[in-house]
Design a binder for this molecule. Structure first.
Ligand SMILES: [Zn+2]
Length: 416
């Protein structure tokens, strides 16, 4: 099972100093920064997924390329831009259909997207698709004289078929080098199976499932089950934006050979509890927010409920004490006390003392062999600015990749 890492400008600044929290003044964003595959001895994924919409800056949102970055991407191509060099890492391009989901039609033609993949040197390119933002399994029950499917859903699926056909013919005529991938969009198990059948008739042997992101796991499995029943033996499946990584084995049994996910990275700073992965479970990261970057704290300071100086002093004491704890120069009670004092200032509603006690006692960062944890020590479990949070996300990707390899090894053992 191949794991593709979707790019949304997630890199870290190597010049960042964790003690002083300063960075090099001459640093140029992206050019001087490092991607996960540049920080680990072995890349923790098999390839990178790049959305044309993100490169173009469609739909706003974070991770948008600057004009200069976009120009460079177009000029040097995907491999050089991501500094993939002689690695075996592969590149997959898509349109970023979620950025234009509210539009009536995709903003791209099949031809311009195919040209983009070819000119930038992608290994795989997804046909232009239009997401159907709804799921209703009941639609598969045929009722006499009653059509439960809204016309808009059918129109989007039809549009996706037409674009897929134009895309494939255009690539064939021009003998484009990348492998074309057809995108299946649907609203129920039967409609996804129909999409797979249609794409196979058009000529696709690599099919990506779109629109799975908001679905429940059992619905995804139902769609894959129905689709695998019509799958030709040489057809392979890719799952777009899958976050339920614990199910990869089940997905593989239905014919999935690849998927992409930002989940291990995002959980590092989006999840309330499960921020730091280990092979056996997860830990919460220790929150030490920057005084000026925490909206709730800023609000309290402005309202006169908290003195800014006091907050700043506690924040710095937390950081110093955690580093001392890592060196075994501070006791656990002393560390928990100062963390609690600061937490009362920035969020009086929760008490995470016991959660923090667990991660501090277990010291998972000191046992992790990854390059991030080796270099950062306790900083990897501190929930703070992007430099720490993203590195923790990279560590999670590393662990996730280990888990993935572990799962597949187990599976192979069962087969043999
Ligand atoms: Zn690690």
């Amino acid at each position: 099972m191949k794991f593709f890492f979707p790019d949304s400008q997630d890199f870290v600044d190597e010049s960042f100093d964790f003690e002083t929290e300063m960075r090099s003044e001459s640093r140029v964003r992206q050019r001087d920064d490092r991607y996960p595959h540049e920080l680990f001895r072995e890349a923790p994924y098999d390839g990178i997924l790049v959305s044309k919409a993100i490169v173009d800056g469609l739909g706003g949102g974070t991770g948008k390329y600057s004009g200069a970055q976009r120009n460079r991407f177009m000029r040097v191509g995907v491999r050089e831009y991501f500094r993939l060099g002689n690695t075996t890492l592969e590149t997959m391009g898509d349109c970023g259909a979620f950025t234009y989901v509210r539009e009536e039609r995709p903003p791209y033609t099949a031809e311009e997207v195919a040209d983009f993949y070819q000119e930038c040197g992608f290994d795989y390119g997804l046909s232009v698709d239009h997401v159907i933002l709804a799921y209703r399994a009941e639609c598969d029950q045929h009722l006499e004289g009653l059509d439960l499917v809204p016309p808009d859903w059918r129109a989007r699926q039809e549009m996706t078929f037409q674009l897929a056909e134009q895309f494939l013919r255009y690539c064939e005529v021009r003998k484009y080098r990348f492998t074309p991938i057809g995108v299946a969009q649907g609203w129920s198990p039967a409609s996804y199976a129909r999409a797979v059948q249609t794409l196979q008739e058009i000529g696709y042997r690599y099919i990506a499932f779109g629109g799975f992101v908001p679905l429940k796991t059992r619905d995804i499995l139902a769609c894959l089950d129905a689709s695998s029943a019509v799958r030709k033996p040489d057809t392979q499946f890719h799952l777009l934006g899958i976050t339920r990584c614990e199910n990869v084995q089940a997905f593989a049994e239905f014919g999935a050979v690849s998927f992409d996910s930002t989940s291990p990275l995002r959980k590092a700073f989006k999840d309330d509890k499960h921020n730091y992965y280990t092979l056996h479970g997860t830990y919460s990261a220790i929150r030490v927010p920057q005084v000026d970057a925490n909206p709730e704290l800023v609000r309290r300071i402005v309202a006169g409920q908290v003195r800014q100086e006091e907050a700043r002093e506690l924040e710095q004491r937390c950081l110093r004490t955690l580093v001392k704890y890592d060196r075994r120069e501070a006791s656990i009670e002393e560390t928990l006390d100062v963390l609690r004092s600061y937490e009362l200032v920035f969020n009086g509603a929760v008490d995470r003392t016991e959660v923090y006690r667990r991660v501090l006692i277990d010291r998972p960062w000191s046992e992790c062999p990854c390059e991030i944890c080796r270099r950062l020590g306790i900083h990897v479990v501190i929930f703070r600015g992007a430099e720490r949070n993203r590195r923790r996300g990279f560590h999670n990707i590393y662990i996730f990749n280990q888990q993935l390899e572990g799962h597949l090894e187990q599976r192979l053992e069962c087969v043999s």
